[in-house]
Every structure is written in C-alpha cells, then in structure tokens.
Write a protein that binds this ligand. Sequence first.
Ligand code: GLC
Length: 743
Amino acid sequence: MKKILTLLSLAFAAMTATAQVYLDPNAPIEERVQDALSRMTTHEKIKILHAQSKFTSAGVPRLGIRQLNMDDGPHGVREELEWNTWSVARWTNDSIVAFPSLTCLTATWNRDLSALYGHSVSEEFAFRGKDIMLGPGVNIQRTPMNGRAFEYMGEDPFLAGEMVVPYIQSAQKNGVACCLKHFVLNDQEIDRFNVNVNVSERAMREIYLFPFKRAVDKAHVYTIMGSYNLWNGDHCCHNDALLNGILKKEWGWDGALVSDWGGTTNTMQAAYGGLDIEMGTYTDGKVKEAQHGYSAYYLADPFEKLINEGKIPMEVLDEKAARVLRTIFRTSMNPQKVIGFQCSEAHYDACRQIGEEGIVLLKNEKGMLPLDASRYKRILVVGENATRSLTQGGGSSELKTLYDVSPWEAFNSQLSTANCQLTLAQGYKSGRSVYDHVDKVDSSINDSLRSAALEAAKQADLIIFVGGFNKNHKQDCENGDRESYDLPFGQSALISALAKIQPNLIIVTFGGNPYAMPWLPQAKALLHCWYLGSEAGDALANILTGKVNPSGKLPVTFAKRLEDYPYAKFGQEAYPGITDVKVPANSAGEVPHRQVYYKEDIYVGYRGFDKDKVQPLFPFGFGLSYTTFAYGKPTATVQGDNIVLSVAVTNTGKVAGKEVVQIYASAPANKSLPKPQKELKGFGKTRLLAPGESETLTITIPRSDLASWNESTHQWQVDGGTYTLSVAASAADVRQKVNVNIP
Ligand code: GLC
C-alpha cells in the first residue's frame, strides 16, 4: 500500500511539476509548446487547427489553453460579427478609429509613422480582445484595376517591404499577431477563388514574394494568410511548394499559416500543403454553411480519421499543432500582451498625422495652395466625397467608426469666416456602399445634381471638388475589380464643365488606384488622398490651408492611359486572364477556371515604364511640397556588406517641410541576367526642416538588397561591378548620382 501511495504521489508530483511549464509565462515558448503538445489528445490537437466560430479557432479548455480571437482588418478593428454568421452582432461598444488605408501609409514613406500605425491599431485590437489582426496586405499593384489595391502598399516590393516591417514589429510588440496577406499573388479580384497565376520564378522572387520575405526576415511576422488563388495549379492556402518549400523550409518561418476564409478545398492538400489553421470553410458561397458544422472542416473530422487510421503520420498533425500553440503563447497567453485602448486621443492624433503625411500634392499652379480662404467670398464645395463616409464598405476592411470628420465639416470649421461663405453641391450620386451591390446610378438624379452644381458654380469664386472613388463594388471594394480607368459617376465631365464656369478649381480625390485625368490642364491644384480614415476632413484641411506642408509621395505610377501599364500590351492573358484553358487537374482533381499570365515579368510599375520608355502622368515617388529642397553631393562608401550613402538635404523655400529622398540603383549590364534600368533600394525622410535648415540623411543599402534572382541556379545573385546610385525626388526626378564599386 505504502509503495503504491509513494508511486502515486511521485506520479502526481511529476504531473503537477511538468504542468507548470506550458502555463509558465516565463518559460521559453518552445518548451511551453512541446509541453502542451505532450499533454494534448489527438482530438485536442485537431480542434486547434480550424475555426470554432466565424473568427475564432479553438484552444484546449481542459488544459487552460486559450482560443485565438481574430478579426479584420488592416485599417482598424472590424465591428463584431455574430459567432456563426456574417451578420453584425449589433454591439454598442465596438465603434473604433478608422486609420488611413495602407496605400496612404505607404505614401508617407515614413517608417516611424508605420511603427506608430502598427502600435496604435494593435492597441485597438487588444482592447477588443483580439489576438490576431487580419492584415496588413502587401499584394503588388501591377494593375490599377485591382479592387483591393487600397488595402495594399503600392507597386514596388522594396517600398512595400520596408513600410510593412515597422507596422508589424510594433503591433506584435503589443502581443497582437499580424496576419500578413494574401500569400501570394492575390493581385486581382476577378475570379479570386479560382484563378491560377502563371508567373516567372524571377518575378515571383523579386516582386511578389519580396515584401513577404522582408516581413518574415525583419519583422518575424507571426501568422500569414494564404490566398484564394492558385499558383502552379494548387490553391495558395495549401500549396506544398509555396508553403512548405519556400515559406517554412527555405525561409525558416515558424508561424501559423491561416487560410483565407473559404480558401481550403481538400483534406489531403491541407494536410500536406502547409496549412495550419483552416478558417471560413463553406462561407465562400461554394457550399452553404448550414450543411456543415465546424467538425466537417477539411482539417477536422476527415483529417482526424486519416490520422487515427494511420494514413497520415502523427508528426504531420504535431507540426501544425505546434505552430498554432506557438501563436497562442505569443498572443493570447502572452503575459506581455497589452490591454490596449479604444478611440484614445493618441489614436486620433496618429490617424490624422498619417493622413496628413500620406496626402500627395500632384499639382499646384501659381501657388494656388496653401489656400488663403480670406481671398475668396464664396467657396463652392462639389462632390459626394465631401460628405460621404469612406470608412464603411469595401468588404472585409469595412469599419464602424465612433465618428468620421468629413471634408465638408472640416472646411466649415477651418475655412468659412464672416466674409467667406461655403456652399455645398453633391454634384453626383454613387449609390449605397455595400459589399456586392453593383451601382445602379439613376441618371435622372445625376442630371439634376449636376445642373445644380453648375448653377451654384456661377456664384462661386473658388471651387473645391472632392471626389474620386468610394468603397462601392467595382471601385475600391473586395471581390470585384474596376471596369474603367476613368473616374466613375460622370465626374470627369462634371469637372470639365465646372472649370469652364470657374477656373479657380482645386481637385481633391480619394481612392486606392490611379485613374484618368482628362481635366488636368483645367485644375489649378490637385491632391490625391487615398483613404484617410476617421480624421479625413481635418487631415485634408490642414494640408489645404498649409497648417501642414504636404510631404506624401506616390507609391504607384499614375499613367496617362490604362494601356500604358506594362502588362496591358499583352492583352487579356496578362489581365484579367482567360477562362477554360485546358490544363491537367491537380491532386484534388481541380481544374482552375481562369489562367492569368504575368507576361510583364519583373517589369511592374516604373520598372516597366522605364523599359517601355512610356511617360507616366505622375511618376512613382512623385509628390510636391509648399517649399523646395536642394540635394547636396552624395557620398557612397562600401562598408563590409553594406553601401552607406550620405546626402545633405536643404530646405531652400519659405516654409518648413519634410522631404523624402529616394535611392535607385542601376546595376552593371549583364546580358545573361538583364536588369531594370533602375530599382528603388533605399529611402529616407527628413525631419521637419525650417527654411534654410539642412539635414544629412544616411541611407544604408545591404549588398544583398542588390541581388537578382537567377533562374538557372535558382539562387539570388549579386553581380560585381559599378553600380550607379541615383539620389532622387521621384522615379523621374534624379537630383544627384554617385557610383559605387561592388566587388
Ligand atoms: C475575406 C478576405 C480576407 C479577410 C477574410 C475574413 O474573404 O479575402 O482578407 O481577412 O475574408 O474576412
């Protein structure tokens, strides 16, 4: 008896002693993971691999291991949805701050603001009890027709990579995991669930994978979302070559791969294709959700059955479960995870500051701006975006804000005075901002709105047009692409008509993509704002009045015409792809409905405009200021594995301002590995410089950043020789050059 008691107490002691490891917040995460794993049953391991509700995946209640709470999106915390449906839960305490769109953040070219953004938005996610935020997105803007470009970070992989890293670092420091998306090649919305992308290995590496690799290497992003589309015939949510081959083995990534909602299509592919958490299955419209509970998910009962029958080895399951546990211990069971804040003053300040620095001043004739309202008696504000909330709609990135400051409200508080009257004319009507409602614009309403605006214009001595896009379907909205390069709802015709009546015309546009500007010669000034979030009006008014000097630069090329984009010369095949091409089925028996061929290869954006010698309307990296800057003679030295470039920037104008300096590298010619004429390889932004003040920027370019992908060796390759570094204010405005020799 005594012996038994001793044995029992030993066993209990062993149990309780080891029980502390996975629950011990100070234990190394890998020990917590392995200890937890050793205690879990097969069924418990299976349960943490898939959704238990619309936006949560299970924990292990028996062991006190917490579930993972996820939510959209990149610009703020989505309003709470019901546990099991896409319907809103009608909470009264989930109104939040809508931060500017990520294209706006990228247009700031300010890494510090990216860190501020990630810190602020993750505090809102933490406050709402979320462990994983479903963003940011770094799909590449190869076409201006992509309906989701507003959520992403431009056309250049280096800029996207550099600007996403601080956001992720500071969010994850708060104990909130980012979920970088959509991995990979989700660069159009047309047929997003079943388009197979054909792209060269080199373009894959140098353009499309690049920002993701940057985030893995420099920000250690905790989770990544697989994309709906296919690559090499397999869905990216479970694609062995992409997820196991490149992401987990070659890059050594230790996080959890989350499927996009409804992106999982097969158990064996999910098991062996690198998927770790299956979310949203049957919510993609393919199969009605009602017929399937969460246990019917591909990684649920069907997977468990194959494990129990020994048809799939236990280590396949353990590998997935370990990655999910690692994510849990990094977030929901991370003692450093913050409580967070919601709608704090600091968040509104961050929102406004990012917006102010992301607005791009594209034209400013004869100092039209900054606007001195006292020079005008009657200012007419025309355009639906002067009053419309641009934080709702758009798809999964939609937000329920505590408040939005519209341009109209801000103009009224900042511009109107006793002798300067403001009036408003809607000018056009665009319909409701809903997820999949195709805009049926009632032309009779638009005719009357248009004539009212033209009538009002006769009384005005200044017109501020506030238009562009909104979050309606087939504009800036998930699950659809634009159908025209023009501004929608007859805006261009209206702008031209307004200009004939009153040439004092300032144009302000919102939107995620470039567009045609036939009226540009008639515009005295032009600002593009992307989407500015809750503080839109104040950020815009501060720029218009000169309270803040614009310093934004384009993260995407604005072409004169759609046909000028590099892919366009290759026709339908290059975008949006062609359907019903006969290809062999994949291992799940699937034949993709559409094939798209990225025929422009690495020549995306300015790389392509340079190669094709096509003049853009506004080049990549372009943006005006209310002051001017001079660039001193740069120096560049090779220090170990880095090139270190220094350049002095001087404010040569009359008002304080910030300048973004861009460094483009031109590699020595190599016939066997042709390179773009120039590629962005560094940038820096000055602090606010007073007139006459200088700052010397030091920009470090690691030698490895000069690498090109060699498709015959399947390796990165840095060619030795003389590189020319262009020190530029935009892709078309090189101020200085300096050569450096790379051994
Ligand atoms: C959507 C989007 C993805 C989003 C997810 C959850 O389909 O593609 O970006 O995070 O589903 O809403």
